[in-house]
Design a protein around this ligand. Structure first.
Ligand code: NCD
Ligand code: ZN
Length: 341
């Protein structure tokens, strides 16, 4: 039995670090484990210009504890009014690694998102030309579509057309939660990939709703039926270069989740690697963890692999009930691995 695993230092290809006091609180957890992270731009107001992106990058760097080697990769937030020139300028200047498509009102901080992808086609065409990846929150917002079906319907109504019409655009289908998404990404050409969160590997919708309503298991896209969890899990551990690590760690202060209208988001950053490796261990494929955590992402983005390493070892990690004002994923549970160095 493998009791210690040393892998190339991983990256997190989807994380919410927030701003202000929350940024100062949470940046350390991501920076301690990951060499780089794709930082989501859904601040209020969102990060839409290269200047805002550069300023946010500086605030993140200031929030990372001294001595940690961490590079935030900044993402532009697309709106109906995004300009191709501004995206290209931000990308040329090395500020924007990618741009994020939030369908308007799909999730936290998406009020300024895109109302119709037809409106941003000139931006997407320019991104394809310059090799700037598009990151997608893949859920429709139509009121007639059940929340558990929103991801699968997005594939039919939006994503298939985008992939067909923009064959040169690199697309990351973020935080996939359904067998339909797994099947779509698997069958799509090599320019389409997906990130997978720890929560969608560990929980199905029962975790949210059985024995009482559990706001800390609520995120978007919402956890689905067990058959979908199993499909996402199979994709993560498959070894396919199309699937890679993206935590979607999304901290919200406890009182904003334990409320009549609680916020969507799971804060998994503090024990992300321990959470993910447990899945690869349970599936008997620890040898595939490095690809998922440290290689498939940079290869897809066209970025160099990291040079350092991290070591995980078998051993108990007790996840606390609180990390500051935030309840972490797995709160109160004991995980079977710990980060050694
Ligand atoms: C995210 C957040 O809180 O910013 N919430 C979530 O449930 N994942 C937004 C998002 O990625 O959908
Ligand atoms: Zn997210």
């Amino acid at each position: 039995m493998t009791d210690r695993l040393t892998i190339r230092r991983p990256d997190d290809w989807h994380v919410h670090l927030r701003d202000g006091a929350m940024l100062d609180h949470v940046a350390q957890y991501t920076a301690r484990q990951f060499a780089r992270a794709i930082i989501m731009p859904n601040l209020s107001p969102p990060v839409t210009t290269a200047e805002e992106g550069a300023a946010y990058r500086d605030r993140i760097n200031a929030a990372v504890p001294a001595g940690l080697d961490f590079t935030p990769l900044i993402v532009a937030y697309l709106t109906d009014h995004s300009s191709p020139d501004e995206m290209a300028r931000g990308h040329d200047e090395g500020i924007f690694t990618a741009a994020k498509l939030y369908p308007a009102h799909a999730t936290t901080g998406s009020a300024h998102g895109v109302t119709d992808v037809a409106k941003i086609m000139p931006v997407l065409e320019r991104m394809a030309d310059i090799g700037m990846p598009l990151l997608i929150h893949g859920e429709v917002t139509d009121h007639d579509v059940d929340i558990f079906d929103r991801e699968a319907v997005f594939i039919e109504r939006t994503l298939k057309g985008l992939v067909r019409d923009l064959p040169g655009l690199r697309i990351v289908f973020e935080h996939i939660t359904t067998s339909e998404a797994v099947d779509f990404v698997t069958a799509a050409p090599a320019n389409v990939a997906a990130t997978i969160t720890p929560q969608h590997l560990h929980i199905n919708r029962n975790a949210m709703l059985v024995g009482g309503i559990r706001p800390h298991a609520y995120c978007l896209p919402v956890a689905k039926r067990e058959q979908h969890r199993l499909a996402v899990r199979a994709a993560a551990v498959s070894g396919s270069p199309k699937f890679f690590l993206g935590t979607d760690s999304a901290p919200h202060a406890v009182h904003t989740k334990e409320a009549a209208c609680g916020c969507a988001g799971i804060f998994n950053a503090p024990y992300a690697l321990e959470s993910y490796i447990q899945v690869f261990d349970e599936e008997g494929v620890l040898d595939r963890f490095e690809g998922f955590a440290s290689e498939h992402g940079p290869n897809f983005y066209g970025l160099p692999l990291n040079t350092g390493t991290v070591t995980l070892e078998r051993g108990e990690t007790l996840v606390p009930e609180r990390v500051g004002e935030v309840v972490p994923f797995h709160a109160g549970e004991t995980l079977g691995w710990r980060l050694a160095s």
